[in-house]
Design a protein around this ligand. Structure first.
Ligand code: UD1
Length: 336
C-alpha cells in the first residue's frame, strides 16, 4: 500500500517513515525543508535499505498538491507537515494559520473518500487541564497560542469532513512530549537553529554546543516547583502511527473520526528529567533556574486507557531508553 507522509523528513515524520518502510509499506515523503535537512532522506534510506519516493513540495501551494495526487495513488496519508514553535506562533500567527490550516485544506480538497488519514495533533489542545491524567473527553480550552489554535481548528475541520464523508476514516493522535532518537543513532531531533524544546537543548548543552540550559521556573505548584510533562520515546510514537494505520486498514474503526492521547501516562518534572539524563548517560549538564516561560502549562500527562482499549496499543520504551538514545544521537552528530 502506498502511504503519503507529509513532513516526512521532520522529527516524528522521519521515524514514522522508517517504521512504515520496515513494515512493508510503500512510502512517499513530501517535505518543504522548512525545519528539516535533505540528508535525513539519505539516513532513512540507509536505515531501511529501501528507496522511498521524495517530493520537495510546499503543501500551501494548491497546484503542487494537485500534481502530487495526480502522480501517485495513495491508500493512506499521515499528515505531520506543520510549524510547531509555540513561541514563533505568538509572533507570527498568520504564518501558522496559513501553513498549518492551509496545508490540511489543500490535502482534503484532493482526497479520495476511501483513504485512511492519520492526523498529528497535540496535547496542547487541552490547554491547562483541570485534572490529571488528561482524558480525551476533557474540554478543549481556549488555546494559549496560535500554534495550539491551529491544532484545534484542524481537528474541527477533520471532524466536519468525516461527518460529510462517511467512507473517510480519520484518526487524530494527540501526542504528549516526544523525545529520543532512532536506535541507529542516524536520525533524531535536529531543529534548525536554536532548539525550543527541552531535550534537544539539553543534549546540545551536554555536548557543549550551548553554554547553559535554563530551567523555565521552579516556583510552580508541583513537588519540586518545575513543570511536569509526559515524555514519550519517538520510536513508540512512530510505532503508534503504523498501528493506527493498520487498525484503520483492517476496518476496525468504531467511528470514522477517532481521537486518542499518545503518551506514557507518567509525569516527570523538568528537574527529574535533567537528573535522569545525567544519571543514565553519566554526563553533567550545565543548567540554572530561570524565569517562567510565557504560555507554559504547569502539568500535562495522559490517560492512555482509550488507545490501549480500542487499538490495543501501549508504549514499549522507557524514558531512560529515550534519554540514552538522545545522547547517543547527539554524540553521533558530533562524530559525523
Ligand atoms: C508544547 C506542547 C506540545 C507541543 C510542543 C510543540 C503542551 C503541554 N505541550 O510542548 O504538545 O507539541 O509544545 O513544540 O502544551 N523547558 C525548560 N527549558 C528549555 C526548554 C523547555 O525548562 O530550554 C521546559 C518547559 O518549560 C516545559 C518542559 O521543559 O516545562 C517541556 O518543554 P518543551 O520541550 O518546549 O515542550 P512543551 O512546551 O511541553
Amino acid at each position: 500500500m502506498q502511504i503519503l507522509v507529509t513532513g516526512g523528513l521532520g522529527y516524528i515524520g522521519s521515524h514514522t517513515s522508517v517504521e512504515l518502510i520496515s513494515k512493508g509499506f510503500d512510502v512517499v515523503i513530501v517535505d518543504d525543508l522548512s525545519n528539516s535537512k535533505l540528508n535525513v532522506f539519505d539516513k532513512i534510506k540507509k536505515i531501511t535499505g529501501k528507496n522511498p519516493n521524495l517530493e520537495i513540495k510546499d503543501l500551501k501551494n494548491k497546484s503542487e498538491v494537485k500534481k502530487l495526487f495526480s502522480d501517485y495513488r495513495f491508500d493512506g496519508i499521515i499528515h505531520f507537515a506543520a510549524h510547531k514553535s509555540v513561541n514563533e506562533s505568538v509572533n507570527f500567527p498568520e504564518k501558522y494559520y496559513k501553513n498549518n490550516i492551509g496545508s490540511l485544506e489543500n490535502l482534503l480538497e484532493n482526497i479520495d473518500e476511501k483513504m485512511h488519514f492519520i492526523f498529528s495533533s497535540s496535547c496542547t489542545v487541552y490547554g491547562q487541564a483541570d485534572k490529571m491524567p488528561i482524558k480525551e473527553d476533557f474540554p478543549i480550552k481556549k488555546s494559549e497560542s496560535p500554534y495550539g489554535e491551529t491544532k484545534q481548528i484542524c481537528e474541527s475541520i477533520l471532524k466536519k469532513f468525516c461527518d460529510n464523508n462517511p467512507n473517510f476514516n480519520n484518526i487524530t493522535l494527540r501526542y504528549f512530549n516526544p523525545i529520543g532518537a532512532h536506535s541507529s543513532g542516524l536520525i533524531g531531533e535536529l531543529p534548525l537553529g536554536k532548539p525550543e524544546n527541552l531535550v534537544p537543548f539539553l543534549t546540545q548543552t551536554a555536548i557543549g554546543k550551548r553554554d547553559q540550559l535554563i530551567v523555565f521556573g521552579d516556583d510552580y505548584n508541583t513537588p519540586d516547583g518545575t513543570c511536569i510533562r509526559d515524555y514519550i520515546h519517538i520510536e513508540d510514537l512512530a510505532d503508534v502511527h503504523v498501528s493506527c494505520l493498520e487498525y484503520s486498514i483492517q476496518k476496525k474503526n468504531k467511528k470514522n473520526y477517532e481521537f486518542y492521547n499518545v503518551g506514557t501516562g507518567e509525569g516527570l518534572s523538568v528537574l527529574e528529567l535533567i537528573n535522569l539524563f545525567e544519571k543514565v548517560n553519566n554526563v553533567k549538564v550545565n543548567y540554572k533556574i530561570g524565569k517562567r516561560r510565557k504560555g507554559d502549562v504547569i502539568i500535562a500527562f495522559a490517560d492512555v486507557s482509550k488507545i490501549k482499549q480500542n487499538i490495543g496499543w501501549v508504549c514499549k520504551h522507557s524514558v531512560d531508553d529515550a534519554l540514552k538514545s538522545s545522547w547517543f544521537w547527539e554524540k553521533n552528530l558530533r562524530d559525523e
